[in-house]
Design a protein around this ligand. Structure first.
Ligand SMILES: [Fe+2]
Length: 240
């Protein structure tokens, strides 16, 4: 089954509006703009602000590598088409459109109060995606997937995550896959307030999170393809 997975057009750099889900993504951005009363330029920032857009695109690429590495048993648990998850994963942080830019772009560690605001983005993303889904008749597999990964991607296997402290297999597999990809990209990327962590160290962080932060099976899947992550990471550094 995994041999059939091809890398979707949507996760190429700068192509978030591209087929096959361009209309749904445009509708998501419109909903976010309306819901959070944002001016058009800010709503477009998901695709133009380099940090968020590049993070989304790279995370989609890492999700693709993980999906290919899932065991047959895990693939049975995956209730969406792999290409839908890869595309939906790129939108997992859409709730960040609700967060003031000065917090998202702050060139220093966040205060406790600022971080509390950032922690609202999974619920905000879920609201944006479900409202868009309802507007479009409630039948889009892609929008359903975006709602799911948005809501659950900061939950932890041990139940110590946010926003709802959901644990283990109560976290959908889509979001468990995404959380490994998301952390890999966050740690291997430079931010205004931190430098990039080398691939080797990130592998150890993810290995240490086996059974606490991450699904143990997903960490095993990651370790089986970590050299592919390193290659993809080197490629993305080269294009930054
Ligand atoms: Fe997030």
């Amino acid at each position: 089954m995994t041999e059939d997975i091809t890398f979707p057009v949507i996760v190429k750099r700068g192509d978030l509006y591209a087929a096959p889900y361009g209309m749904e993504i445009t509708a998501l951005i419109r909903t976010a703009r309306r819901m959070f009363q944002m001016p058009p330029r800010k709503a477009n920032s998901l695709t133009t602000a380099s940090d968020l857009a590049d993070h989304s695109v790279r995370t989609g690429r890492y999700v693709w590598l993980l999906v290919k590495a899932l065991s047959a048993r895990q693939m049975g648990e995956l209730h969406v088409a792999p290409a839908v998850l890869v595309a939906g994963a790129a939108l997992h942080d859409i709730g960040k459109l609700s967060i003031p830019r000065e917090i998202l772009a702050k060139p220093a560690m966040l205060t406790k109060d600022e971080f509390a605001i950032v922690m609202r983005h999974p619920s905000a993303g879920y609201r944006i995606a479900t409202a868009t889904l309802m507007q479009r008749g409630g039948t889009s597999e892609f929008l359903t997937c975006v709602a799911e990964v948005a809501l659950f991607h900061h939950e932890r296997w041990d139940g110590a995550g946010y926003p709802n402290q959901v644990a283990s297999k109560n976290i959908p597999l889509t979001a468990r896959v995404l959380s490994v990809a998301d952390v890999y990209d966050a740690l291997t990327s430079a931010r205004a307030y931190k430098t990039r962590m080398p691939h080797r160290e990130v592998v150890e962080v993810i290995r240490d999170g086996r059974g606490s932060k991450f699904d143990p099976d997903l960490v095993d899947a990651f370790l089986s393809v970590e050299s592919d992550f390193e290659s993809a990471n080197n490629e993305s550094v080269g294009t930054e």
